[in-house]
Design a protein around this ligand. Structure first.
Ligand code: FMN
Length: 262
């Protein structure tokens, strides 16, 4: 067959593209949705390196063999819907290599229409983002720990716990306080909770409203709230909003509060 200049140019270009894809380090797979179960019809070397499978082992199979127990079903649903609607999609999912080792796969799937074949194929681009995901998980854990430290609950006697508040108390910390205290009282069955305000830097409206809510919550749970370390600014700030917290018993120090209990 004689090839004209244009065809030769295209062939050279195709060859060039194929070679380039073969050598990129990310995984690239192509699937054919016209075949039963949308199987892989092409994989590059990057995908073999990432998954640990050779292309001979996986050509003809659907990519779901990479999934396992910890693959998020919600992300798979996103994939399924996008593929059904022939839309592009990006997900981050847990996948497993041939040797069973888990990795985080940042997967992008694109539908591509090949005009010469009058057919749509799917291209999948896979990138191992395990290091980034693990760093994110570590920072989430760290933030959780910092949050729980920002409203520590210290059991000091049978039925009594202290919550020493330190620093500035904003809406987020008030919400955390309410959540943590209610869970704690439910679990421990404590009858008294001492909220020590001596380390609080500013007495704000949010703090007053938070203590008011905490008082009501604790009462409903059959326990009693006591506050200690109250400074004059606290009372003055509360008066502005008519939040005198008169039903909460206040003590100059934790020692005084404990004396009242025993
Ligand atoms: C081009 C392409 C690449 C894909 N690559 C992956 C992959 O690397 N890892 C994976 O877990 N799923 C991958 N999938 C998704 C699965 O093949 C499948 O679509 C998904 O599991 C949802 O369908 P299912 O519920 O029938 O399993 C890919 C899909 C396509 C179309």
């Amino acid at each position: 067959m004689k090839v004209n200049k244009d065809q030769l140019k295209r062939m050279k270009k195709n060859e060039f593209v194929r070679t380039a894809i073969e050598f990129v380090e990310t995984g690239v797979v192509i699937t054919d949705p016209e075949l039963p179960d949308n199987p892989i019809v092409y994989t590059n070397r990057g995908f073999e390196d990432l998954s640990g499978y050779s292309s001979e082992e996986i050509l003809g199979y659907n990519c779901r063999f990479l999934q396992g127990d910890d693959t998020d079903p919600q992300e798979l649903k996103k994939l399924r819907i996008a593929i059904k609607n022939k839309e592009k999609v990006k997900v981050e999912i847990k996948n497993y290599r041939k040797n069973g080792q888990a990795f985080w796969n940042e997967l992008q799937v694109y539908p591509i229409y090949i005009e010469s074949e009058h057919q749509t194929y799917f291209v999948g681009v896979q990138q191992d983002v395990t290091k980034r995901k693990e760093a994110e998980e570590r920072s989430d854990l760290y933030l959780d720990q910092v949050k729980s430290l920002s409203t520590p609950i210290v059991p000091i006697d049978r039925n009594v716990s202290i919550v020493p508040l330190v620093g500035d108390i904003d809406d987020e910390r008030v919400e955390l306080l309410l959540n943590n205290v209610s869970t704690h009282i439910q679990k421990s069955g404590d009858e008294h909770l001492i909220l020590d305000l001596s380390g609080v830097s500013h007495f704000t409206r949010q703090l007053h409203q938070g203590i008011d809510q905490l008082n009501q919550l604790i009462k409903l749970m059959g326990a009693r709230l006591m506050i200690t370390g109250v400074r004059p600014e606290f009372v003055l700030e509360g008066m502005k909003d008519d939040l005198t917290l008169s039903s909460v018993k206040s003590f100059p120090s934790v020692k005084h509060a404990l004396k009242d209990i025993n």
